[in-house]
Ligand binder design. Sequence first.
Ligand SMILES: CC(C)(COP(=O)(O)OP(=O)(O)OC[C@H]1O[C@@H](n2cnc3c(N)ncnc32)[C@H](O)[C@@H]1OP(=O)(O)O)[C@@H](O)C(=O)NCCC(=O)NCCS
Length: 356
Amino acid sequence: MNRTAAIGTCAWPAHLRPGALRWARPSAHYAATVAFYRDAVGLPVVGEFTASFGEDGTIFGLPDTGIQMEIVRAHPASAGPDGFDQLVLYLNDMEAVTTATAPLRKQGFTPDPAPHGYWAANGAVVFRDPDGRGVVFAPWVYGRDADPVDGGIGITDAGADGEPPVHVDWHDGDRAALRSLFEEAEDSRAQLDGYIDTGRVLVARRGSDAVGHLQLVPTGDAVELKNMAVVPHLRGRGIGRLLVGAAVDACAAGGMSRIVVATAAADTGNLRFYQRCGFRFASVEHDAFTPATGYSDPTVIDGIPLLDRVWLSRELRSPVGPSRAVVRDDGTQQTSSIPPSTAVDHLGGGATAHPF
Ligand SMILES: CC(C)(COP(=O)(O)OP(=O)(O)OC[C@H]1O[C@@H](n2cnc3c(N)ncnc32)[C@H](O)[C@@H]1OP(=O)(O)O)[C@@H](O)C(=O)NCCC(=O)NCCS
């Protein structure tokens, strides 16, 4: 990765010393957007106007008039927002993110299940305002802290109970060390023996303990998420989503355009998990789990016979890694990203088109 950030406090240049800073945005859903930032995000309103030079608007302080965001009722012909139209709130840590997003969740807003890979890999949570613009709650302070992703591929808040945080990185050691995790997701020993050593594996570690894994195997025009699991006592804490986010980020940076995954139709929990991670249903394979394919007969999950396999797919937004403009001390801008070649090398495939 190639990123720079000016660390520490910067001053305005001598010729440019504004007493306040404001940006304005048109909103096609004015009342709902004002309510979103006022009542759900919790920003204070520092000014309002109606029919002022033909415009209606509300000004929010961040938190006072020194930094302001103005929402103006859009005219009918206004263009909609772009995917990178975002307000980013850099917070101290994941606990601060959880606290900051509690009112949103309480009011029924849910995070974007498929945020940009950069935000997912850094553990940020993204909500959408009624116009579709993102509000990013990031668990680190840009300019003060390094991106969490630079401590590994991802980081999560699984350390909130005083335990070390969870880091995700590539597993380059013996796969046998992770076999018990693979077995959490594969009932057929024969099948597992056939694929455990294929592709590449991301591992989530808390300290030195492996607490989750995700295997990526190339298939034709896509990458298959072949096997993944989180240790039972740490499930439901975001580690699975973190692993998927890291996989999405790595595959997009490696130039891949699609990730596919297959799971049992009988396992409604997994179907929910993958959809919450941004996957969409693609197809159903009938009678995929039979003694002939290595599965004992009959197996029942939650009262549903294990018979059919469901394929899900997630398109990757960008063939290159996340890119951001960074302002340096001298005022010049640098666009930083994970170049495909770096990502390909990182994935261990050398400088070939295929990262696996
Ligand atoms: C599937 C698995 C990897 C998910 O990991 P996890 O760390 O528990 O998942 P997360 O905490 O990141 O959950 C992300 C979301 O999916 C949901 N989810 C995860 N597992 C779920 C389940 N079994 N049932 C319903 N929802 C589930 C979470 O509630 C969360 O939803 P939210 O966004 O509404 O809060 C984990 O449950 C597991 O190891 N299962 C056993 C192995 C397995 O079946 N692997 C998949 C084989 S295809």
